[in-house]
Design a protein around this ligand. Structure first.
Ligand code: BDR
Ligand code: CA
Length: 319
């Protein structure tokens, strides 16, 4: 595959156990040209995210991909990490050595703007973290949308949340930023919790990776083993690919079933803050009939995923 045929992508992450699984896949897949990676506070503090991201690139033996530090807190909310899920270091406490690579000396918004506008082909943005960097980018440099092909983001949920009963972590962490993203005016795919939770690597494959002699495969296995074994109710844990599924969706969109639907983020304080309301009604309701249509962005919402297809794609790419 020549450079001109590869899909130029930029990843915004909060590495993060499953962000790491996504990065390993992205830097290995021959159809992707990872032009930059930007970091934001989320699963852990932003400095931890930068360190973890550089560690993953180093273990993966990735090329020289620029990594930039971004927002250290959401637009309005305080920082609320997910260390109870991702470990004290944000990446499973695997005891990995500190990276020798360093981040570039420009901030994430500057790097995003520079790499998006410099790309010879429109870029696909893959945010898999709270959307603070992306909102700041869109508000500071709105001209970037002319060279964005689409945004495939991990966030939101049609049905059940995780941070709250109805809100997914990335959107809940910075709801205002998510609302800005949804109105970016470019095609958007929402890879939400509904599909995110389904893509599980079988226990046998996790064990195989863990016992590999190749460091990046071993790390992938250890990260997968760290993924939420308790909730599967299975004594032999399977590992969720999490954010990596969103990258699979860029490489192989046919593995995803989507529907173009209106999506709105709840910004009001209270128990629904951070919820993504996805309107799946087949016809107008009384609210629209009596009060008129409200302007709502249309988003390609992932409603189904071919689990086997994405698991095999991810495994084959890593192997
Ligand atoms: C999202 O939150 C983070 O914990 C994961 O990395 C993923 O991006 C899931 O809600
Ligand atoms: Ca993430």
């Amino acid at each position: 595959m020549t450079d001109g045929q590869r899909i130029p992508v930029i990843i915004d992450c909060d590495t993060g156990v499953d962000d790491a699984l996504a990065l390993l896949f992205a830097v290995r897949h021959p159809a992707l040209d990872v032009r930059a990676i930007t970091c934001v506070a989320g699963n852990t503090d932003v400095d931890g995210v930068v360190r973890n991201t550089l560690t993953v690139l180093e273990v993966a033996g990735a090329g020289d991909i620029p990594v930039a530090r971004g927002a250290e807190r959401p637009l309005i909310e305080p920082v609320r990490t997910a260390r109870h899920v991702h470990g004290q270091d944000g990446m499973g406490d695997l005891g990995l050595p500190a990276p020798t690579r360093v981040a570039v000396d420009v901030d994430a918004v500057t790097l995003l703007r520079r790499e998006i506008l410099a790309s010879p082909r429109p870029v696909t943005l893959i945010p898999m973290a709270p959307l603070t960097n992306i909102a700041l980018l869109l508000r500071t440099h709105p001209e970037v949308t002319r060279n964005i092909e689409r945004i495939v983001f991990m966030g939101g949920a049609v049905a059940t949340g995780n941070a709250t009963p109805v809100a997914e972590f990335n959107v809940w962490h910075d709801p205002e930023a998510a609302a800005v993203l949804l109105t970016a005016g470019v095609p958007i795919t929402m890879y939400g919790l509904d599909v995110f939770k389904k893509v599980l690597v079988p226990a046998g494959e996790v064990q195989r990776l863990r016992s590999s002699a190749e460091p990046s495969l071993r790390m992938a296995g250890d990260l997968l083993a760290h993924r939420d074994p308790a909730t599967s109710g299975d004594p032999t844990p399977t590992g969720g690919l999490g954010d990596a599924g969103a990258v699979c969706a860029v490489v192989d969109p046919k593995g995803l079933t989507t529907e173009r639907l209106p999506v709105e983020v709840v910004l009001a304080p209270g128990p629904a803050r951070g919820q993504t309301i996805v309107d799946r009604r087949p016809r107008l309701g009384e609210s629209e009939i009596h009060e008129g249509m409200r302007e709502q962005p249309l988003v390609d919402v992932a409603l189904g995923v071919d689990v086997e297809r994405y698991v095999q794609l991810w495994l084959k790419t890593l192997d």
